[in-house]
Design a protein around this ligand. Structure first.
Ligand code: AMP
Length: 403
């Protein structure tokens, strides 16, 4: 293939994130973000990485995703990287929910769009936004291959015992209720990069991946295949997150409705947007929480402890699921940066072969690294995630195969 560039688009309900990569060396040519699409205060921030120039910011109303992508295309043209360039091989789209249907990255056509649309009931916030990005990009470059890379795909290898909830399967199947998992692109990338860090083939290692960003999820990966993950039908299940509660007794919801008099929408907002670290202490940024703990703030300290307790339970659970573990990999904003979270999460787990070396753990960096002592049976690693690179790699591989 002579065209070697891939544009990665991550389209949210009011935002559009993008990166343009050159797949000859996986280098980033440009990156940016359009925020608050549809409002008066929209903002486009574009960083021309290839030229090393300064980031450019433009404020002013951007009515919809169509206008946003056209504005992005204009910025790229200014850098000589326009979307009309013959060097552009494909556009890769992040799509949150691929259900059970999409187990792999998929070249987008009308049938694929219809299937993503059919999944809207299980991903009412994300899939419509992703579809808007797809439609807009197809309208702009109808001739160009476009690929959907699904957050759920990596988890479709989970056995039924992990993927099913213990409810009547007829009801579950009718409503497509099962554990799908999310952040799959990150779990795939990080589990592979961890094997590489250990100098072994992905097929030969068992890894627990802890993706701790504002959203957070854990996965158990056996020989490169996901066998369990902490998010479920939606991203609400599992770990304590920035604003999501993660696991709770489902009867809490009945209780809030019956006794608390809350509507379903109010409960949905409470659990997704006003819970987790934010709900517990009013902050969802781990930096701020650590600062408050240092000042003796008790609510922040309790929020941290609840967060770490849940994390530790998942490490234990996935250890049991895997039987033997070669590495525990921390990734995303909190996992890559918050040394105290890593330290607290494995504290007391020496019996399982897990420990961090305080000096190694304190070193900051953007390269994959091992933070456990050389003597530890299980490697504890920090492995920066790169979802855009993974989407671009999968997109380019698929388009290369088809041309
Ligand atoms: P992400 O969703 O992966 O972008 O992660 C965002 C979260 O990472 C933020 O909400 C912070 O809680 C956390 N974070 C980012 N940088 C740091 C840092 N230097 N120390 C601790 N936490 C951080």
């Amino acid at each position: 293939m002579t065209a070697t560039r891939v544009l990665v688009l991550n389209s949210g309900s009011s935002s559009l994130k993008y990166q343009l990569l050159d797949m000859r060396d996986s280098s980033r040519l440009a990156a940016g973000l359009v925020e608050r699409i549809g409002e008066q205060t929209s903002r486009l921030k574009h960083t021309p990485l290839a030229s090393g120039g300064d980031a450019r910011e433009a404020d002013g109303p951007i009515a919809d995703h169509d206008a946003a992508l056209k504005a992005v295309a204009q910025e790229l043209s200014r850098d000589g990287l326009g979307l009309d360039s013959p060097d552009l091989a494909a556009i890769g789209h992040r799509v949150v929910h691929g259900g059970m249907f999409f187990t792999e990255p998929t070249v987008i056509d009308e049938a694929v769009i219809a299937e993503i649309e059919r999944l809207i009931p299980v991903a009412p916030l994300h899939n419509p936004a992703n579809l808007t990005g797809i439609r807009t990009a197809r309208a702009l470059r109808p001739d160009l291959p476009q690929v959907a890379v699904f957050d759920t795909a990596f988890h479709t290898t989970m056995p039924e015992s992990a993927a099913r909830y213990a409810i009547d399967p007829r009801i579950a199947d009718r409503h497509r209720i099962r554990r799908y998992g999310f952040h799959g692109t990150s779990h795939a990338y990080v589990s592979r990069a961890t094997a590489e860090l250990l100098g072994r083939a992905p097929e030969d290692v068992n890894v627990i991946v802890l993706h701790l960003g504002n959203g957070a999820s854990a996965s158990a990966v056996r020989g490169g295949r996901c066998v369990d993950t902490s998010m479920g039908l939606t991203p609400l299940e599992g770990l304590v997150m920035g604003t999501r509660s993660g696991d709770l007794d489902p009867a809490v919801i009945f209780h809030l409705a019956r006794v608390g008099g809350m509507s379903m929408d109010e409960i949905d907002t409470l659990l997704n947007k006003r819970s987790g670290l934010f709900g517990l202490c009013g902050d969802n940024d781990m930096r701020e929480i650590r600062r408050r703990i240092d000042e003796g703030d008790e609510a922040a300290a309790l929020a941290f402890d609840i967060y770490v307790h849940r994390l530790k339970k998942y490490i234990g659970a996935y250890y049991a699921v895997l039987g033997t573990v070669d590495a525990v990999a921390f990734t995303a904003g909190v996992g890559e940066n918050a040394a105290p979270v890593r330290e607290a999460a494995v504290a007391g787990l020496e019996g399982l072969g897990l420990a961090v070396d305080p000096e190694r753990n304190a070193v900051r960096g953007d390269r994959p690294r091992i933070v456990s002592p050389d003597t530890a049976r299980v490697a504890v690693a920090v492995v920066p995630t790169d979802e855009e690179l993974e989407i671009a790699t999968q997109t380019y591989a698929l388009v290369g195969k088809n041309t």
